[in-house]
Ligand binder design. Sequence first.
Ligand code: ADP
Length: 505
Amino acid sequence: MEKRYVLALDQGTTSSRAILFDRDGGIVARAQKEFEQHYPQSGWVEHDPMEILYSQMNALELVLGSLDGRVGIGEIACLGITNQRETTILWDKASGRPVYPAIVWQCRRTAELCEDLKRRGLAEKIKEKTGLILDAYFSGTKIKWILDHVPAARQLAAQERLLFGTVETWLIWNFTGGASHVTDYSNASRTMLFNVDRLCWDEELCALLEIPMSILPKPVPSGAFHGEVVAGLIGLHEIAGLPITGAIGDQPAALFGQACFRPGQAKNTYGTGCFLLMNTGTQRVKSEHNLLTGVAWGLGNEVEYAIEGSAFNAGSVIQWLRDELHLIDSAARCDELAESVPDSGGVYLVPAFTGLGAPYWDMYARGTIVGLTRGTSRAHIARAVVECIAYQVGDLLEAMSADAGICFPELRVDGGASVSNIMMQIQANLLQTAVNRPRVVETTALGAAYLAGLTAGVWSNKDELQQNRQIDRVFVPDLPREKRDRMVTDWKRAVERSLEWETPG
Ligand code: ADP
């Protein structure tokens, strides 16, 4: 039987999804299971690793159950996994039981520990080796926290029974019945323990955080044979024997799913926040602008790097307009209002609700609205909201191009807010570059499917994937450059007014 389909699992922060793709990159079936978020203390975020596993298996079962004979299980070639990055799980390899809940990427419990490492002057070394800015997001300090606070963890580590994994590691270990304890390079790049040039765990950093190297998974290319699904777990008997041939973190997966295979090609995901990644090819770029660098993917013997920046607040600003200010009743209404005026009437909104990320990195910045006059209407405010999302992406791309010394040919877009035509048009105008929106916006799962399928031979090369990409719409700049330059200058003046607003301590 010809194997023409690829199964992708997308284990996200709030839900687990399973999607079956055909050879054209089209969606045949999909299912989604949400799971619980736990906030045990202010700033802490946890998931139950067993719930992550079961929700993922449940989504998988639902997809298989929905096929109704349309696709035979024997026609599925392989499985690809993409996942929320940095989230940290430690478990006992004898029993398979986690020793503590998963500490989620958003969790700030190790912020003080990170400050301490900064005071000890370690930020530069960490950046040099890992490509990351020393921060509580990444797994390293989360592992240390569990080892320091859960007595069973250190005891199991001493007996060499403790294993660490990010979510793809945890899923692969379980799906293979404990046979594979691996992490792909893209996920390893977010642990703050991985040397991104040498593609191995960094002994010095592990020692610094007192993390025994015996608990770490083996770093492997993203597209590779990661093991076979074993029967035994509920729901997996149907796909027993299926090879797992792709594993990659969610943002690089979207870069792959958008077919950004050449240096300079970039994608931005417009969700609650924005995640912008640019392919920098086989070269790792060292950022001078507080951006992050890491492995985008490893495929066979080839490793490609990406440079990454994010804006904390993007779609969330639209939600704020709806839920807090009640100026709109839906996100779509924000677009209508923004479209009803030719510009923002000189109003600029800087959404520094939680400080500003790259390229400003000011945790003490706070949101501001400037340029109000008696004639300012809610349509102007809505326009300023839509514009502020595009300005932030513009700032990130400007920094990225400077770091990488690469001119980007266009920006590829996805995510919930990329449906906004007005936002995408404004984005094209601010970048003075085309903005390209594909038909399939499930780019994260698609990226995992592509990696798995390339490895398993469903597709023979990346050119085939490039041809699969169907464009929904391309937005081309229609604003004179001088006007655009004036707007960007005023945006930067507005940003300056938001900086260092909150006083430290
Ligand atoms: P996440 O994966 O971060 O949860 P999504 O990719 O699902 O986010 O995108 C959700 C965001 O998209 C919301 O913050 C919402 O404000 C925004 N959004 C949804 N529809 C529109 C629209 N028509 N115009 C602008 N923004 C929208």
